[in-house]
Design a protein around this ligand. Structure first.
Ligand code: UD1
Ligand code: MG
Length: 451
């Protein structure tokens, strides 16, 4: 049986008061349409169709070939929106699953339940409802004396009696395709001049056909986003869901309300997240790490048993057993090898710090390749930029950089060399050599005892 999803994303989202199309607003790091699309995909057998209109170009660009887009212009309501997919889908699918792209919390399982219910029934449609204390402006489900669904009444058109109904229309429907195409043509125009998809329910009842209602058990999953207040609610609910999944998989989150983990993040077992931790983008954290408090990690890979306190990392790679912070910053291309220690007020960019290297305090390392077991003295700076170009610094194994060493790139320091405090290194230093002064000059070969 062919099942095709249609995702509605053409509305202006006026209530968001934004330049950005509503469905591209992020929830836990991903545009809300991404979640809706994934859930729709899970429940269907064919590539989903997305109806775009307002901000069509941005939405289409974002979707790429993850969906087939059709344009709705002008936007005359949800029923009119579904109609735009008819030329593409007529005769091509048995069931049509319609959802709105502003419901990121709707679970794939719930949509699958809806589809299953429709597959097992000969009626024209099944729809998802929720029983909730707060009606949120949703359409009300009107049932007959026998409990059968009679209609969906939009809030604006509801009688006071209907307004008091607590069973609400979530905005997910599974239709028999042939019946749907016919019904869409029969939707009456509303007072606002729109064609409401919800009116198909009343049409089915007029046809003498029964519509099934599947009741969702979790009101949080049915949050539809119309305003930024709803956006924050959805963010909190999604955050809770993400954090609970990590906790159940073995991650300790000391205060889940204060741990901000985006949807694309992976975390190993026995890692502890302290409050104020933000894990963003495609970040991967290993096992047994301690992250935070107050740490922001974006698109980075962290090995096992790392400790990162009050630091900011972006596009960094940490091998196992690295300790860093407080107040450390890693920028793109920072690679800290096994067992590196990086203390406070350090910044590393486009550089590798070899295994066991220590960088305790107040340093900037950029465009440098630093070997193993190097001691980077307090205040060491790579002077890598002359105002026009960036230059590399190379430091061999077991080098000892005295406090406040300035490494004027391009420059190389041989293995086991040392610099004196305040050295300004403008020329390469050979291995096993001590260099001091400003500019630093090699003064003597180091003997075994002095190394
Ligand atoms: C809709 C439902 C309501 C339900 C609620 C759940 C209708 C008429 N009402 O109301 O019963 O309780 O969702 O969240 O369906 N869209 C288009 N083209 C249009 C109009 C809308 O593609 O011409 C898209 C929007 O981009 C959005 C979705 O359809 O993703 C729903 O539209 P929205 O304006 O948010 O409808 P609600 O007022 O929330
Ligand atoms: Mg809505």
């Amino acid at each position: 049986m062919k099942i095709t999803s249609i995702l509605l994303a053409a509305g202006q989202g006026t209530r968001m008061k934004s330049r950005l199309p509503k469905v591209l607003h992020p929830v836990c790091g991903q545009p809300m349409i991404e979640y809706a699309l994934r859930a729709a995909w899970d429940a269907s057998t064919e590539t989903p169709v997305v109806v775009v209109g307002h901000g069509a170009e941005a939405v289409t660009d974002f979707l790429g070939d993850a969906a087939r887009c059709v344009i709705q212009d002008p936007q005359l309501g949800t029923g009119h929106a579904v109609l735009q997919a008819e030329p593409l889908l007529r005769g091509q699918t048995d069931l049509v699953l319609v959802t709105y792209a502003d419901m990121p919390l709707l679970r794939p399982d719930t949509l699958a339940r809806l589809v299953e219910a429709q597959q097992q029934d000969r009626g024209p449609a099944a729809l998802l409802t929720v029983i909730a204390a707060d009606p949120r402006g949703f359409g009300r489900i009107v049932r007959g004396p026998d409990g059968s669904v009679q209609a969906i009444v939009e809030e604006a058109a509801a009688t006071p009696e209907q307004l008091s109904i607590h069973e609400l229309n979530v905005g997910a429907y599974c239709f028999r395709a042939d019946w749907l195409w016919d019904a869409l043509g029969r939707i009456p125009v509303s007072k606002k001049g729109e064609y409401y998809l919800t009116d198909t329910v009343g049409l089915a009842v007029q046809d003498g056909l029964a519509v099934q209602a599947i009741v969702s058990e979790d009101p949080a999953e049915t949050i539809g986003i119309n305003t930024r207040v709803h956006l924050a609610e959805a963010e909190a609910a999604m955050r809770k869901r993400i954090n609970e999944a990590h906790m159940l998989a073995g991650v300790t989150i000391v205060d889940p309300a204060a741990a901000y983990v985006e949807a694309g993040v992976t975390i190993g077992r026995d890692t502890v997240l302290w409050p104020g931790t933000h894990l963003r983008g495609e970040t991967v954290i290993g096992e047994g790490c301690v992250i935070g408090p107050e740490t922001i990690i974006t698109d980075s890979q962290i090995g096992n048993s790392c400790k990162i306190l009050k630091s900011v990392l972006e596009g960094a790679l940490l091998e196992d057993g690295v300790e860093m912070g407080p107040f450390a910053r890693l920028r793109r291309g920072a690679h800290l090898c096994k067992g590196v220690h990086m203390g406070n007020f350090g910044e590393v960019k486009e550089s590798t710090l070899g295994p066991g290297t220590k960088m305790g305090h107040f340093s900037y390392i950029g465009n440098a390749d630093i070997g193993p077991n190097v001691n980077i003295g307090a205040g060491t700076i790579t002077c890598n930029f002359d105002g026009e170009h960036k230059y590399p610094t190379e430091i061999g194994a077991d080098v000892f950089l005295g406090s406040d060493t300035m490494l004027v790139a391009p420059v190389k320091l041989g293995a086991r060399s040392r610099t004196g405090a305040g050295a300004v290194v403008t020329k390469d230093v050979p291995p096993d050599t001590l260099a001091v002064g400003m500019p630093a000059r090699a003064i003597r070969k180091l003997n075994e005892r002095k190394k």
